[in-house]
Design a protein around this ligand. Structure first.
Ligand code: ADP
Ligand code: ZN
Length: 714
């Protein structure tokens, strides 16, 4: 059997992804290999496929006992005999597995490193009597002290190459950090390893950072739009995970907490319930998640600031392993950064402390970024990336600039009056004329006290952030984070320099651009999958992934031959579950008078490869534009693209702004002055008040068009 045949037969996939094919060829060639691929990239397949093709046993070393079962269940379901050995099993069970191993009936054996070398090397002695043909080391970054989750047991793996000198070792990790990479190679003693580095871009994840205000309400708003989805919510402290899980339950969400302090039974139960979709939300500390293969996690929320980009990227990477659109939301408050600073200092180790603090600074910079978040992340991992990804909060927003000189002058003179000795919070309270006792009595007598009362707290925060970013203010590094003037401040105060500020974010709309699918059928398919999952006592996503169900609901296969073309149906799954799912599809199609659309699917649809963006505006904008140019109306385009007319109007306005479309095509000339007037008096930050002022004769679309036109790029 060739690798591609095995891919189709066992996994039901038609193509290799990223560098899988080259990696597999390398292993089959008995070469040591290091694989760096982002979470969800498809690392497991890189050793699972060789395990099928090589005649013998593959040992898989994996750090978390709790998760081995999941992997093994999944393999057995694809028709690949696999087992694990760990302390949770009875002696009889273990003996049973040992016999199967001796008989050569098992292709993959999962073990934890301590087990491999523990108890006077008995295990090692036993394994050496078997025909071992491949050794896979999962989560290989655990061997590095430089990495962010060092596990001392992993250091023992250095001895593996001595025990099995002729067996190829494949080490896999999702950590992109260069120092860790080098360390893995050094510590594992690999023999002339080939290193495969994939792009770390996770293009199906949308990154958002929101200023943390009333975090629980912010979370509820976010969850409200995702009621049926699974997600992970990360908190910094154990206590807050429990409190938040309880609050969410009260709001009717099926949520449970997870942290290292819970007893093992509770942890295992909550984790299992999450994997099986019995609970939708897990509220966890970062103790949760490593090795979790649940592919249909739709969102990851960080309620608190992560300690470094590596951790953040790995945690957010747990969303969307199935390749479907997913969200990462981080709620950021500068206070969190201050709190973490104190934790980042490692006692008696200045070098280590400096590294930690630098990493924390990078994390803060990411949060305060006023540019494409994905580009920042990719650059952090030394990967080139263009400046507009089209799917982070920055790239999805439209920014309206205005002359903010007066605002800047108020802020800068307040800083001067306060003798550069206070931080953001005090400054804002002072500017807004807070009556609080916190404000010193003599400060209340100053002229600038209350000079910015007309601006909301949140806006002030944004403006100050921008003034800092533009170099008109700086934050002291003495630990007090007080605001100081800079060389550039002087010119602003004198009125010699104009300052531009960003007024608002007009849109940050989410678009799940999937092909048209039958939503009701998808629900039926999910129900069927859940039924099977309960019957087999397995998590639903192990039966079939969400991506597979979505494909069925899109292409409506009517026969086994057609079902075979759906990505994710290997031979075993097809034989086992094919008919049950066909029955669901057939009856739905009959009821609705629908037929198969399988011909619309030429090859098995894979997740799109990361594509460089051509122009400035992302593809979704371009798609709308092209349809419009074909002469279609907003309503027609909205219908055709499965998006709301408002979104389409938003897209088109962008082309008014760039000058590619004419505002007069969207608004009657006679209406423009009134709209322009309203915008000039009330600003364009919020559309609703403008609409109210203008009345029913003016539509949102018209207002947006005029705003875009007023901001048109020269
Ligand atoms: P990682 O271990 O890198 O985080 P996984 O091995 O769990 O990623 O793979 C993520 C998902 O992608 C799994 O659902 C897996 O079955 C799927 N997958 C892997 N390779 C392919 C492929 N060639 N075609 C389609 N899906 C794939
Ligand atoms: Zn972006």
């Amino acid at each position: 059997m060739t690798p591609i045949q095995a891919l189709q037969k066992y996994f039901g996939y038609n193509q290799f992804r990223l560098s899988q094919e080259a990696i597999i060829a390398n292993v089959l060639n008995k070469q040591d290999t290091l694989v760096l691929m982002p979470t969800g990239g498809g690392k497991s397949l890189c050793y699972q496929l060789p395990a099928v093709l090589l005649d013998g046993l593959t040992i898989v070393i994996s750090p978390l006992i709790a998760l081995m079962k999941d992997q093994v269940d999944s393999l057995n379901l694809t028709g690949i005999p696999a087992a694990f050995l760990n302390s949770s099993q009875s002696p009889d069970e273990q003996k049973d597995i040992a016999i199967q191993l001796k008989n050569g009936e098992i292709r993959l054996l999962y073990v934890a490193p301590e087990r491999l070398f523990g108890a006077d090397n008995r295990m090692m002695g036993f394994l050496k009597t078997l025909n071992v043909v491949q050794i896979a080391i999962d989560e290989a970054h655990c061997i590095s002290q430089w990495g962010h989750d060092f596990r001392p047991e992993y250091l023992m793996l250095a001895g593996l190459k001595n025990e099995f000198p002729n067996v190829p070792v494949i080490a896999l990790t999702a950590t992109a950090d260069k120092l860790t990479q080098k360390d893995i190679l050094d510590k594992l003693n690999l023999h002339q390893p080939a290193v495969f580095i994939s792009s770390f871009n996770r293009e199906n994840i949308t990154y958002r950072v929101n200023p943390k205000k009333n975090s629980f309400n912010q979370l509820l708003t976010f969850l409200d739009a995702r009621k049926d989805d699974s997600g992970i919510i990360y908190c910094l402290s154990r206590k807050s995970t429990e409190a938040l899980a309880a609050d969410l339950k009260e709001e009717g969400y099926a949520a449970e907490a997870y942290h290292a302090g819970l007893n093992n039974e509770v942890k295992a139960r909550n984790q299992e319930a999450f994997l099986k979709d019995e609970i939708k939300i897990i509220v966890a500390t970062i103790a949760f998640g490593m090795g979790i293969n649940k592919s249909n996690v739709r969102y990851v929320v960080h309620m608190d600031l992560p300690k470094n980009i590596e951790g953040y990227y790995q945690e957010t990477g747990r969303a969307g392993r199935d390749g479907l659109a997913s969200d990462a939301l981080l709620l950021y408050s500068p206070g969190d950064a201050i709190k973490l600073r104190s934790f980042a200092t490692v006692e008696n180790n200045r070098e280590q402390s400096a590294i930690m603090l630098k990493k924390l600074d990078d994390m803060v910079n990411f949060c305060q970024l006023h540019a494409c978040r994905r580009q920042f992340l990719m650059h952090y991992f030394d990967e080139p990336f263009p400046d507009n990804c089209g799917s982070c909060d920055f790239c999805l927003s439209e920014f309206v600039k205005f002359d903010g000189t007066l605002i800047a002058q108020k802020a800068l003179s307040a800083v001067a009056r306060l003798k550069e000795r206070f931080g953001t919070t005090y400054l804002i309270d002072f500017l807004r004329g807070s009556k609080s006792e916190k404000i010193w009595a003599d400060h209340k007598l100053l002229k600038t006290y209350g000079a910015g009362a007309d601006i909301s707290k949140a806006d002030w925060q944004r403006y100050l952030r921008e003034l800092i970013a533009q170099g008109f203010l700086q934050v002291s590094e003495d630990g007090y984070s007080s605001l100081r003037l800079t060389q550039k401040s002087e010119a602003v105060l004198r009125g010699d320099l104009q300052v531009e500020l960003i007024a608002s974010q007009v849109t940050d709309e989410q678009e799940h651009e999937t092909q048209n699918y039958e939503a009701e059928l998808l629900a039926d398919l999910r129900k069927k999958r859940q039924e099977i999952a309960i019957g087999e006592n397995l998590p639903a996503y192990i039966i079939l992934s969400d991506a597979t169900l979505l494909e069925i609901a899109t292409f409506l296969p009517q026969k086994m031959d057609e079902l075979r073309l759906i990505s994710g149906f290997g031979d075993v799954k097809l034989a086992k579950y094919g008919r049950e799912f066909l029955a669901v599809i057939n009856s739905y199609s009959k009821e609705k008078g629908l037929t198969s659309r399988i011909t619309q699917k030429s090859v098995k649809r894979e997740r799109k490869a990361a594509k460089p963006k051509k122009g400035k505006l992302s593809d979704t904008f371009q798609a709308t534009y092209l349809l419009y140019k074909e002469g279609k109306s907003v309503t027609e385009i909205a219908h055709e693209r499965g998006l709301s007319p408002t979104t389409i109007e938003g897209h088109l306005s962008r082309f008014i702004q760039t000058g590619e479309l004419d505002v007069y095509d969207f608004v009657n000339e006679s209406k423009i002055p009134a709209i322009k007037d309203a915008v000039e008096s009330y600003g364009s930050a919020m559309l609703a008040p403008l609409k109210e002022v203008l009345g029913d004769a003016y539509s949102y679309g018209e207002i947006k068009a005029v705003i875009a036109w007023m901001n048109r790029e020269a």
